[in-house]
Write a protein that binds this ligand. Structure first.
Ligand code: BT5
Length: 245
């Protein structure tokens, strides 16, 4: 099914990922999308809070991720979503949106979008992609993450149509979802490299067990980040990434 062929809209909900999970359990097919005007329990990775006031685009897509599950390449999912978001922002605003490993989209070095990819059912090949984009909402003041984040509105200096952004984004996601179901995730990795704000930079990666500082050299076929430290090359599957310069 095409991404966005069936869309469930709510003025307010807990989290689009949570509502999508329930719909998937009710038997709805991959391609369905949940969109919320406000999320009262928006989530980031590791159960962090994702602020989701009115004016942003908060949505989740149910994906058929069978090929990436088979190849153990789940890391490709957030990368593909960030490419789709970056292209959509640039298409609508001409801003240069870039992708940051592993799950962010940046404008002028600040986080505009976060992505939460979750495995729903390995046997059925189902995954959820949650996408949160600061569009017309402000993140300028009042949050501890204000200095490192931004919204499209702030960067472009005008309101952006949520409907248009949604429309372009669902098309971009669909195109890449087809690539994934056809097993051509290499094209997505190549696109991610070309949009990357991370590669070539000095980075600090914090994982649940350690901290790694070095130059972000490349991503591998699973979407893991390859970091050149002083004494060795480290491949990182998941973690928080800080651009040091
Ligand atoms: C993410 O986590 O960046 C993933 C965010 C995914 C949100 C979407 S919205 C639709 C769907 N439904 C959900 O419930 N979630 C998904 P992470 O990399 O862990 O970053 C989380 C951190 O970003 C927080 O701890 C804050 O510091 C910061 N943050 C929170 N809200 C933000 C916002 N609106 N804009 C920028 N940064 C934010």
């Amino acid at each position: 099914m095409k991404v966005g062929q069936k869309i469930f809209r709510y003025d307010s909900l807990t989290s689009t990922n949570e509502v999508l999970k329930e719909l998937a359990q009710d038997g709805f097919e991959p391609g369905i999308v949940v969109i919320g005007g406000i999320q009262t329990k928006g989530r980031g990775r590791l159960d962090r809070t994702w602020e989701s006031p009115e004016g942003g685009l908060w949505l989740s897509v149910l994906m058929d991720a069978t090929p990436v599950f088979h190849d153990n390449k789940f890391g490709v999912i957030p990368l593909m979503a960030s490419c789709a978001v970056a292209r959509s922002i640039t298409a609508l605003t001409e801003l240069e949106a870039r992708v940051k490993w592993p799950n962010d989209v940046m404008i002028n070095g600040r986080k505009t979008c976060g992505i939460l990819g979750e495995i729903l059912d390995l046997e059925k090949g189902l995954a959820i992609i949650g996408i949160g984009i600061n569009v017309n909402n402000s993140v300028r003041e009042g949050y501890d993450f204000s200095p490192v984040s931004t919204s499209i509105h702030e960067e472009v200096g005008r309101e952006v149509s949520l409907e248009e952004l949604e429309h372009v984004l669902l098309d971009e996601l669909d195109r890449r979802a087809v690539q994934i179901t056809e097993g051509s995730s290499d094209d997505i990795l190549e696109e991610w490299r070309s949009l990357s704000d991370t590669l070539g930079r000095n980075v600090r990666i914090t994982t649940t067990t350690c901290e790694i500082v070095g130059i972000a050299k490349d991503i591998d076929e699973n979407g893991s980040l390859i970091v050149d430290t002083d004494d060795r090359e480290v491949t990182v599957l998941a973690g928080d990434c800080e651009h040091l310069e």
